[in-house]
Write a protein that binds this ligand. Structure first.
Ligand SMILES: *Cc1c(COP(=O)(O)O)cnc(C)c1O
Length: 413
């Protein structure tokens, strides 16, 4: 008889986006003449930039010729891409990260999930609430939790509420975790952590021999010069943090797939006898055993982001989204909403009026303005009463959606 991994039975059905889809489809079926504007899902809308497309084509051409054809590449990624990342994403910002501590992959979603595998079951995990659902679900799959409670919290996970009261930066937990997931700029709240705030976490991790799993998927959207782009900008972080980055949002690679994970050789974790081990070695073993590398044309396309032209083109697309965010933030504030995020991240996190529940606001917005967003409660209980708008949208849709929201009835009705 074959037995299943029963941890999968603990998982709650992926409820949020299917439920949004169901309500939107129902509305469209009943109102076929209405133009619905979608600002819900965190996927990019602008095409790949010309430098990237050119490099992508060149990569394919090389694969088409006998003398330039490439088979398996290094599992960790080609040297040209790892070097370009080390230089442009780290050294140029004064952060000393070595190219051989960088692992190229096909996505940060996979990496933030797969990383669980190299850590023991006994680790206690701390997760923010609201949160990107991948961290909790993969913790459950890895067997590190108990069952799910009615409020959506799994037994055994240490949840850290992020609300307006703490400026969406979690407080240090009262129970000591071994692994801490942090994501800045944050999805869904669009907020960022200052150097001081991150230092607090790095110092805490050093003191408790804990490891921070730092998701920096939105670092390219930071506009404020004082906000750190990498956790390694904080002294001591190389001994306690893994950083995840992705080209998905940075350069529109959500459908192209390329990301990377940094594990400095200084980072140690322990066996039961208390001996320290290089975490990087374990990840390298996992990566080379279970992964065979990102395709050559994709890595070539990714490296083009770091060319002079590529940098300018990618920045122009980011600026376009961030101009959307600025328009949205200003319009929503003018419509009387309390608004967070949107300055260093492509997400606007809105507090509903009069304590309206997130799903109630979703229905009101859909019915009265024909605009779709994401209910905050779908990201965790602390997201109740909030709503996420994504700036990944076309400008004319943003302008129209904001006009319509201004005319929303101010009452709860
Ligand atoms: C979009 C996103 C990612 C990127 O995932 P990929 O698999 O690289 O596309 C990572 N973390 C968060 C929080 C995200 O929103």
């Amino acid at each position: 008889m074959a037995f299943i991994n029963e941890n999968y039975l603990k998982l709650q059905a992926g409820y949020l986006f299917p439920e949004i889809g169901r309500r939107v489809n129902e509305f469209i079926a009943a109102n076929p003449d209405k133009k619905v504007i979608k600002m819900g899902i965190g996927d990019v809308t602008q095409p790949l930039v010309p430098s990237v497309v050119k490099a992508f084509h060149e990569g394919v051409e090389e694969m088409a010729k006998g003398n330039t054809f490439k088979g398996y590449g290094p599992e960790q990624g080609y040297g040209f891409l790892r070097d370009a990342i080390a230089k442009n994403s780290y050294h140029d910002r004064g952060v000393d990260i070595s190219a051989d501590d960088i692992f190229i992959s096909d996505g940060s979603k996979c990496d933030t999930g797969n990383i669980q595998e190299i850590f023991g079951h006994e680790n206690k995990i701390a997760i923010c609430d609201p949160v990107y659902p991948v961290y909790a679900d993969t913790t459950v799959m890895a067997g590190k939790t108990g069952v799910c409670q009615p409020n959506g919290y799994y037994d055994g996970i240490i949840y850290m509420p992020c609300t307006a009261e703490n400026h969406f930066i979690p407080e240090l937990p009262t129970k000591t975790p071994d692994l801490i997931f942090l994501c800045f700029p944050n999805n869904p709240t669009g907020t960022v952590a200052t150097k001081e705030e991150l230092k607090k976490w790095v110092d805490y991790a050093i003191k408790n021999n804990a490891i921070i799993l730092y998701d920096a998927a939105y670092e390219a959207f930071i506009t404020d010069e004082n906000i750190p782009h990498s956790i390694y900008e904080i002294e001591g972080a190389k001994t306690v943090a893994i950083e995840f980055r992705s080209f998905s949002k940075t350069a529109g690679f959500t459908g192209t797939r390329c990301a990377f994970t940094v594990i400095p050789k200084e980072l140690m974790a322990f066996d039961k006898a208390g001996n320290a081990h290089e975490v990087k070695k374990l990840w390298n073993r996992r990566h080379t055993t279970k992964f065979n590398g990102v395709s050559y044309p994709v890595q070539k396309a990714a490296a083009a982001i770091f060319s002079e032209e590529g940098k300018k083109e990618v920045q122009a697309v980011i600026d376009y989204y961030m101009e959307n965010a600025k328009i949205m933030k200003a319009s929503l504030a003018a419509a009387g909403y309390e608004v967070f995020g949107g300055v260093n991240a492509p997400y606007i996190w809105v507090k509903t009026k009069n304590g309206l529940k997130s799903w109630k606001f979703f229905d009101k917005l859909l019915n009265e303005a024909n605009v779709v967003g994401t209910p905050g409660s779908g990201f965790g209980p602390a997201g109740e009463g909030y709503f996420r708008f994504s700036a990944f949208a076309d400008r004319e849709n943003v302008l129209e959606a904001m006009e319509r929201i201004k005319s929303l009835s101010p009452t709860l009705s």
